[in-house]
Design a protein around this ligand. Sequence first.
Ligand SMILES: Cc1cc2nc3c(=O)[nH]c(=O)nc-3n(C[C@H](O)[C@H](O)[C@H](O)COP(=O)(O)O)c2cc1C
Length: 332
Amino acid sequence: MADLSTKYLGLTLRNPIIAGSSGMTNSLKEIVELEKSGVGAVVLKSIFEEQILLEADYRIRQAQTDEMTYADFSETLDYIDLHIKEKELSGYLNLIHSAKNNVDIPIIASINAVTTHEWTSFARTIEEAGADALELNIFVMPFSLEKECADNEKAYYEILKKVKSQVKIPVSVKISPFFSNLGKVIKNLEKFGADGVVLFNRFSNPDIDIENLKVTHADILSHSSDVANTLRWIAIMAKRVKMSLGASTGVHDGATVIKQLLAGADIVQVVSALYEYGPSYVLEMTKFLNDWMERKGFNYVDQFRGKLSQQTSENPDVYERMQFMKYFGDIK
Ligand SMILES: Cc1cc2nc3c(=O)[nH]c(=O)nc-3n(C[C@H](O)[C@H](O)[C@H](O)COP(=O)(O)O)c2cc1C
């Protein structure tokens, strides 16, 4: 049996396969099942500031339809807002608490918010509830035609710095690939105190139903082919940063886990595959990793981690090549 243990954000994991943040990491029952299935750690479903505010907004609108007078309404507004926030948050804190009491694997909390203020206070209480680490899911939609790119990036750094100043537990930042100079942004996140980055978040995307002339959602779950961009950037950033590198998006099987580790990832996060095949699928993935390591004569993960990163592979250009001319020039 090979040693699959790995370090991530300073934590020791029994193996590098983490259940990523999703609806499958939102209850104690599911977390216990994921531990039984062999995951190395769990990232809890994000607590969304947006979701909290939306719920508050919905309840407030409901209150309005109950024919409250404006005076009554405005008096209760603060209470409703505060009460709902506390309720959402206390449910989340209870989940961290009960997960810590019932499983041995690390529990990584996740926050998705849009203002620095909310993030900061949530982060501190989450640490106090016992989370082993915190993943910040940051995405500022870059649709302002007035703002400069640097202004958007600054928002990420400010959020990170503020959270880091409040907590002692390790903090990772889960980002999208949509930056004009992604490598520099990742370097800056490390400079401003990130203990790790997760590349990349995958978003809900729009589609258009041409028969019913409606705007719809594209596939919620990823496909195995979605892995390529993450693989590229893990390989490019491996050995260029000291913080942990987590790979998220398109990890659907054991072979892809190995590819990401060879590219230089410390861990992979799995979500869509768990939805498609169930938590027990992790057992197959870890078995595949173990069998491959035995077959290749690797006793532990650091013997091959990053072996095919851009810095160490014999063919580093492939990670940078984006245009097709060289490859497809001869294809008829
Ligand atoms: C149903 C669903 C819910 C998700 N919820 C969250 C969330 O709350 N926070 C978060 O950071 N990512 C969330 N994600 C994104 C996943 O953590 C992950 O980054 C993405 O699905 C790509 O990984 P995959 O290819 O393994 O699915 C969610 C994904 C799905 C499919």
